[in-house]
Design a binder for this molecule. Structure first.
Ligand SMILES: *Cc1c(COP(=O)(O)O)cnc(C)c1O
Length: 382
């Protein structure tokens, strides 16, 4: 099946008892057994629930994996991956991570003895240099948030695997979605999503996903998911599955609109710098072009006036772009990383990597492009 067909039919079949085309929302905690241990594949809903199973099969199909897992949040999915490790294990991660991921690594797992190093993923050698015999996990995010840096998944994976095949390579694929890139095909072992964003696509749920292509890894992750219990609910599973059915159509429009907004901002007198992987001026344009089907709907930019007053004026001025956390929904959102999504990163560190006071991040929605541009244009009159 091609991707667009998989988005609708991947891993799905009509429900067995009634033929319902969409899986019912199985709001049940437990399932009848005819004799101890004899049941229809479902025993207790923390372990498995048919609505969640349908969604997990959809995740698996989209990412070209063999097993998928749905969690109560993106963070719960990341938490599950880190629980594969033990004290003393080393993790190499990108230096431009989602703020919550950075917070989880440094404020939760560091105190359990995991050792993190953060490197610029632009150069494969930055990662190779950090590998020791204790390295167990490499955590990539690409494009990164909010600076849209691109890590070359294929080059990084092959460089790591030639050193040590036991190192797990995990990719947070939230920004790209499987429509734009499929990390398992490029050598990664685990794909992670905040399904809260593009997969769900309608800003109406919080959810995480993990997809793998290795049976042993799947078994280990399933054990943690079941034992720790951070599962996605049946209702949220239903909503995510419904959202996924239009993923490819939504992504096409997100990409078209994103590109036009990046061009508009690049030519605007009040704008200093635009971060969008589809711009030829972007430092990783060539890798993005090779690795991704298109360039996505996330655009960041920096105002020429770097004052807090100017930035806040712009953020208060937008009418269609709603000032809010999150991304990936059909509606356009604007975010101020310094005060919102990246508030948990120390000032010195964020300035060093380029998250300045006037950096603004747009999640470009699928509204009419003329209305979106008009809104940004009027908001930039301050
Ligand atoms: C939102 C987000 C997360 C966290 O996911 P939640 O669903 O909010 O728990 C992780 N990574 C990226 C890139 C995100 O955008």
């Amino acid at each position: 099946m091609k991707f667009d067909t998989k988005a609708i039919h991947g891993g799905q079949k009509p429900e067995e008892t009634t033929g319902a085309v969409m899986p019912p929302v199985f709001l049940t905690s437990t399932f009848a057994q005819s004799s101890p241990g004899t049941h229809k594949g479902y025993a207790y809903a923390r372990g498995t629930n048919p609505t969640r199973t349908a969604l997990e099969k959809s995740f698996t199909a989209l990412e070209n994996g063999t097993h998928g897992f749905a969690f109560s949040s993106g963070m719960a999915a990341i938490d599950c991956v880190l629980r594969l490790l033990k004290p003393g294990d080393e993790i190499i991660a990108g230096d431009d991570l989602y703020g919550g991921t950075y917070r989880m690594f440094t404020q939760l797992f560091q105190k359990y003895g995991l050792i993190f190093s953060f490197v610029d993923m632009d150069l494969v050698s930055n990662i190779s240099e950090k590998i020791t015999e204790k390295t167990k996990l490499v955590w990539l995010e690409t494009p990164t948030n909010p600076l849209m840096k691109i890590a070359d998944i294929k080059a990084i994976s092959s460089a790591i695997k030639t050193k040590n095949t036991d190192i797990i390579i995990a990719v947070d694929n939230t920004f790209a979605t499987p429509y734009l890139q499929q990390p398992l095909n490029l050598g990664a072992d685990i794909v992670m999503h905040s399904a809260t964003k593009y997969l769900g696509g309608h800003s109406d749920l919080i959810m995480g996903a993990l997809i793998v292509k290795d049976a042993k890894l799947a078994e280990d992750l399933y054990f943690i998911q079941f034992a720790a219990g951070a599962i996605a609910s049946p209702m949220d599973s239903f909503l995510a599955l419904r959202g996924i059915k239009t993923l490819h159509v939504r992504m096409q429009r997100h990409c078209e609109n994103g590109k036009q907004i990046a061009d508009f901002l690049s030519n605007h007198i009040k704008v200093d710098r635009v971060y969008y992987p589809g711009l030829k001026s972007h430092s990783s344009y060539e890798i993005a072009k090779k690795q991704m089907k298109d360039f996505g709907g996330m655009v960041s930019f920096q105002l020429k006036d770097n004052s807090k007053t100017a930035t806040f004026k712009f953020l208060e001025n937008t009418k269609l772009f709603t000032l809010a956390e999150s991304l990936g929904g059909v509606e356009s959102l604007v975010n101020h990383p310094v005060t919102m999504s990246h508030g948990s990163i120390p000032e010195e560190k964020r300035l060093k990597i380029g998250i300045t006071n006037s950096l603004v991040r747009l999640s470009v929605g699928i509204e009419d492009i003329a209305d979106l541009i008009e809104d940004l244009d009027q908001a930039l009159h301050f």
